[in-house]
Design a protein around this ligand. Structure first.
Ligand SMILES: [Zn+2]
Length: 207
């Protein structure tokens, strides 16, 4: 497992090392040579403690299983998934816990192409009808990114997906309990985008 035992693979490592390990895992996945893909067994699950080195917040989309696309084994990363990686108090509290209590140095927000949650928000804004129930929370949270991208822009979906990742990153960087460690460099919050066609994760600049 030498390929995966980088410096970042532990709480208290640096954000840079954690990012390198995460992206190395994605490259293994893309190349069709995952180290852990074959080892999704109860024995592997029971083999150790958790020492996560990153927390990834992604979408519920069934095509984007986060541990798989980063080729991570049990205990390596914490994963949070909501529709369109929308934040709420439970999500923020979970990230605060992982960063504050488990000492994790890296938070990645991962959007993906053709996101149904963003598409649903585009459609809701186009017809001017807010959905009922708690679905409205998702639309409300994604709507500013769609408006910024321009509802009439033919490329509104890919543009809004990127803006929504960046907005989510900015919100987390300003979070009450995250802003301090982010300011000192102990923790990094970064945005990424998953390509459904290639399996590749690309980092997004802050924009
Ligand atoms: Zn999605």
């Amino acid at each position: 497992m030498g390929a995966t035992s980088g410096q970042g693979r532990q709480a208290g490592g640096t954000p840079r090392a954690a990012m390198a390990d995460l992206l190395a895992g994605n490259r293994r996945f893309v190349s069709g040579q995952p180290v852990h893909g074959h080892d999704v067994t109860a024995a592997a699950a029971a083999s150790g403690d958790q020492q996560p080195y990153a927390v990834v917040l992604g979408c519920i989309d069934s095509r984007v299983p986060l541990e798989a696309i980063f080729d991570q084994t049990f205990g390596a990363i914490c994963v949070i998934r909501t529709g369109g990686h929308v934040l709420d108090r439970a999500v923020r509290g979970s990230i605060e816990y992982v960063v504050g209590q488990l000492g994790v140095p890296l938070v990645m927000v991962l959007g993906h192409e053709r996101c149904g949650a963003v598409q649903a928000t585009v459609e809701a804004l186009r017809i001017g009808q807010r959905p009922g129930g708690s679905l409205a929370h998702l639309v409300d949270e994604i709507a500013p990114a769609v408006t910024e991208a321009g509802i009439d822009d033919p490329a509104v979906l890919p543009l809004a997906i990127r803006r929504h990742v960046r907005r989510t990153v900015r919100t987390l960087r300003q979070d009450d309990l995250l802003a301090g460690p982010v300011a000192t460099g102990r923790v990094a919050v970064v945005g990424g985008l998953y390509d459904l066609a290639t399996g590749e994760v690309a980092l997004l600049d802050p924009g």
